[in-house]
Design a protein around this ligand. Sequence first.
Ligand SMILES: Nc1ncnc2c1ncn2[C@@H]1O[C@H](COP(=O)(O)OP(=O)(O)OP(=O)(O)O)[C@@H](O)[C@H]1O
Length: 362
Amino acid sequence: MPAIAIRHLSKTFEQKGNSVEALRDISLDIEEGDIYGIIGMSGAGKSTLVRCLNYLERPTGGEVIIGGRDLGTLTEKELREQRSDIAMIFQHFNLLMQKSVLDNVCFPMQIAKKKKDEAKKRALELLETVGLADKADAYPAQLSGGQKQRVAIARALATDPKILLCDEATSALDPQTTQSILALLKEINRKFGITIVIITHQMSVIREICSHVAIVEKGSIVEVGLVEEIFNHPKSRVARSLILSDRAADAASYSGAEGDTADGAELTGWSGESRQRDRIGDDKKLRIVFSENSAFEPVIANMVLKFGTPVNILRADTKNVGGVAKGEMILGLPSDAGLQEQMEAYLVEKGLEIEEVTGDVE
Ligand SMILES: Nc1ncnc2c1ncn2[C@@H]1O[C@H](COP(=O)(O)OP(=O)(O)OP(=O)(O)O)[C@@H](O)[C@H]1O
């Protein structure tokens, strides 16, 4: 049984005679212990979807089934109880500014009428878990963004939830702090077995920690599956576009490239992570994903030698996809159509998986 089953979910907002279909016929299974990503551009419906998952927003149609219970059939009281299983963190942390860090973490336990000393003990344990034991007496205003999000995470864990919903939880943070918060979420998932749903517009966040992803566009799911599979073979236009705009913090520039290709091959524009749109014009662009850098370098170099024509490397970098380093390269082929065809055939013959990229490579 999935931790969260979403069946034909829809949500329409009615406003001054206008109706906005924010969600249309969304169906998803999120398994227990998953770190599940939901990604889409601005206005796609992500926040509405996450708010429907705990019925902060009541769907117009369809079902949300959590732990086997259809939330739509619950009374308000049952819904409140059910919600204690579902915690949430937000982009802007939503801490109580007049309360100390410790009191912020104690707050949900206070609401749940837990004994004061037990709540304090648990809150201190949780602050330890998020690495902020020394900040118990500080106030939110005295903390950095990353520290505030850690407090919010500790507070979210205070009611021992089974599910943690993260709505753009790292969007206000710098790349390095984002990495550390994602690492913390991963640790929490592993340590406590909590199912985590991550809502984001950043592909880098998805590929860092999610096992599965659903891509939302205009209120509908356009692609869903394993992150690695979608990263390697995106099918929808949105997935391609999100992947191509993924210039994350860890997109360490591709190293060792020049040395490895210096054996006679002339790769125009090779400079680790290069952007040479102006030189490639409207020529054909290919995206190649590979698991080891060594797998493609000789192939490209030999191809250049074989055809006696340079190719442009528009981008080459390494990305972390679920803890595994994946190489990604965008190759610009010469404008001759016959040569393009032969080069493509050569790459496929050498075992590389290629796909055409349309539009600009930023
Ligand atoms: N309370 C509301 N009343 C009317 N329309 C709404 C309401 N909430 C959201 N919408 C509309 O629903 C659509 C989806 O909005 P939503 O906030 O879920 O998107 P999002 O993907 O989270 O966007 P962003 O990343 O910009 O936050 C948008 O067209 C938005 O204008």
